[in-house]
Design a protein around this ligand. Structure first.
Ligand code: ASP
Length: 317
């Protein structure tokens, strides 16, 4: 490693929700997450900045139809896909994002473009105009599994609160989520975070996800956090910003996660979060049954797929 550099750190998630009952489900998710960790970590080791690594991680996860972001996004109540994504650079403490954008492959690319724009958060119509302006080709992120899931739900009059955690035939009957998130500390100690989602699935037209809000995706120079789960619960706790600000005010990342998840548990929230501190500490927590996350701490890759159900916080100092 070059002089004055620190060990890069990386944690990513592919959603939170019901446990992946079938072993096949967990294996498939682990394989997907590890492949992304390996690619993004190699980029970090080659000296890439946090921002670039986060965008690559989000693109790879958006392109994996297993997750509810980009290709494989869930459908809303009217059968349309509307995606949201955001990016926050910890050093600049700068947030950008798009809300309810359609017909594009990688919503995170728009968030990246908006990082250096005067107007940094665009909603549906503005995001569509930006796609045109950037001449990004139109793309349909719909997959057969997500269509079948919607048809099944429509027959049941959309009684479930959310779509499945991942698009897997075996788990199609379970409730869950599958948003993606990437948190990075690069070789220079800079932090960045990105989050991308198709939303909860089956929601009202115009419903806005937490994923393109500081509640669901937030970074400062000393910590960065990405959330997943019921967006309304994440917004009510202002979870990502809450954890980051606690670190800014002096708590360790692990203590900030513990305090925030204790409070969330008392209020019966349903979500999970991942984070990295400037110190290199990595932490994750959940109130939901499962959190689909994997990390690289500089030594080895690990994951959270075997965590017990119920509220839990863990991490690596
Ligand atoms: N938080 C997302 C939303 O409510 C869903 C998820 O995390 O899967 O839109």
């Amino acid at each position: 490693m070059p002089v004055n550099s620190v060990q890069p750190k990386l944690i990513i998630h592919g959603g939170a929700g019901s446990s992946l009952k079938s072993k096949g489900g967990a294996d498939r998710v682990r394989q997907s997450l590890y492949a992304v960790i390996e690619t993004v970590y190699s980029l970090l080791v080659s000296g890439a900045d946090a921002h670039t690594a986060v965008v690559l991680g989000c693109q790879l996860l958006e392109d994996d139809s297993c997750f509810n972001a980009g290709t494989g996004s869930v459908l809303q109540s009217d059968g349309q896909i509307r995606m949201s994504a955001s990016l926050m650079d910890g050093k600049q403490q700068r947030f950008s994002g798009v809300i309810n954008v359609s017909r594009t492959k990688n919503p995170i690319d728009l968030a990246q473009f908006l990082q250096t724009s005067h107007d940094r958060v665009l909603s549906d119509y503005g995001a569509l105009e930006l796609l045109r302006e950037l001449q990004i080709p139109s793309y349909d992120p719909l997959t057969e599994l997500r269509l079948q899931e919607w048809i099944q739900e429509r027959r049941g009059n959309f009684s479930r609160e959310m779509a499945n955690v991942v698009a897997e035939r075996e788990v199609l009957t379970e409730a869950g989520r599958g948003t993606i998130g990437v948190v990075v500390r690069d070789m220079h100690g800079r932090l960045a975070v990105g989050t991308s989602t198709g939303g909860k699935g089956f929601e009202r037209i115009g419903r806005v996800s937490d994923s393109a809000m500081p509640a669901g995706n937030y970074a400062a120079s000393n910590a960065a956090v990405s959330c997943t789960g019921i967006g309304e619960d994440i917004i009510d706790e202002c979870l990502a910003a809450r954890i980051v600000i606690r670190v800014t005010d002096g708590l360790s990342l692990q203590s900030a996660f513990e305090k925030s998840f204790r409070e969330a548990d008392q209020r019966n929230r349903d979500f999970g979060a991942i984070g990295i501190a400037e110190t290199g500490a990595i932490a994750w927590g959940k109130t939901s049954q499962a959190l689909l996350a994997a990390y690289h701490d500089g030594q080895a890759i690990g994951d959270t797929l075997e965590m017990d159900s119920g509220t839990q916080v863990a991490g690596i100092a």
